[in-house]
Design a protein. Structure first.
Length: 345
């Protein structure tokens, strides 16, 4: 067979590709099988390369490849056009005059509302927000805070350790944020540390393994217990409208002296009697002067600097503020509860 006849066959196939104009998915599939399938029309031309003289073999290959590429390009373009046409045909007509679907707005969660309010109160007296990791190591979560491995205070917090890395744990309090801040920042330090913490407290029907805390820390020269009391009085007054607070001696491994703080809630209703157990006083947080050992662990001179720390559970404050009687309601995402905070959000 002459070279001109072989090239003419390629040109005929190229012309057939240009003339074929499928408009449906079925016709397009037939086009694909004819020109691009496993037994396409070009298969019969490939063996002819043996009959092509060496000086024309390159031209033969170029023409053949160009024809195959033309078939592929046309197929891709037609496929996209047919699919777009089918999608457009399936679009339902929209009546633009019909009323819109109602848009249901969400609301901030009561825990978020209370946490933001507490942050705003402390920011007004110079505290800044500090945030850190929730996966912690033993040093920052326990040891640097004056609770070594054999310390009985560790029994107060049932900790979640990682199975593949026992040296890593889910933080049990945001006190670890205080340690990391003191390690990298020189006094004066005045921070609050809000965030999630984790403890295995399933022994209580009212408990939950995750909850939220806000802890505060103030380190400077000549910081006294009177500074602590006045700071907490300001918070109680702004948060609850409380006119009285009281501090009761307590124990925390990282503060000395330590105290529990109560606000006078009053006895104006049956609910007041119930939640205060008839005393009118309600515990809201724990606090104390930072133990000098903790300061030294963080590289701060305890002879020059002193400070105080405090911590409170956000869920407890939210329950008090909004009269929620079961902590589990805060984690169940029941819209009947959340809808009550739409205006507050």
């Amino acid at each position: 067979m002459q070279v001109s006849e072989i090239f003419a066959q390629i040109d005929q196939l190229l012309q057939a590709i240009e003339q074929d104009a499928p408009t449906t998915a079925e016709q397009l599939e037939a086009f694909r099988i004819r020109f691009l399938g496993s037994k396409n029309a070009f298969k019969s031309l490939s063996p002819l390369i043996k009959e092509v003289p060496n000086e024309h073999k390159r031209e033969f290959g170029q023409r053949l490849n160009a024809a195959i590429q033309a078939a592929q390009t046309k197929y891709d373009g037609l496929k996209e056009a047919i699919q777009r046409s089918a999608a457009t045909a399936n679009i339902e007509r929209v009546d633009v005059s019909a009323p819109a679907y109602p848009l249901h707005l969400g609301a901030r969660h009561p825990v978020s509302l209370v946490m933001n309010e507490m942050i705003e109160i402390f920011e007004r007296i110079g505290f800044t927000v500090a945030e850190e990791r929730e996966l912690e190591d033993d040093w920052h979560n326990f040891t640097a805070l004056g609770t070594p491995a054999d310390h009985p205070a560790r029994d107060m917090q049932d900790t979640f350790y990682l199975l593949h890395d026992p040296a890593t744990l889910l933080r049990t309090h945001t006190s670890s944020v205080q340690i990391r801040t003191m390690e990298r920042q020189k006094p004066p330090i005045r921070i609050i540390a809000p965030g999630r913490v984790y403890r295995n407290e399933t022994i209580s029907a009212r408990a939950h393994c995750q909850f939220h805390q806000i802890e505060g820390l103030y380190i400077a020269e000549n910081v006294s217990f009177a500074d602590l009391r006045q700071t907490l009085y300001f918070f109680a007054k702004e948060m609850f409208g409380a006119t009285q607070i009281r501090l009761r001696p307590s124990f925390f491994p990282f503060t000395e002296p330590s105290a529990e703080v109560d606000v006078y809630w009053g006895l104006n209703s049956e609910t007041d009697h119930r939640i205060t157990k008839g005393t009118g006083w309600l515990e809201i947080l724990g606090c104390g002067m930072v133990d000098p050992v903790v300061l030294e662990n963080c590289g701060i001179d305890s002879q020059k600097y002193s400070g105080f720390a405090f911590g409170l559970g956000v869920e407890r404050i939210a329950m008090l503020k909004y009269q929620i009687d079961d902590i589990r309601l805060l984690f169940e995402n029941d819209v009947r509860l959340l809808r009550q905070f739409t205006s507050a959000g």
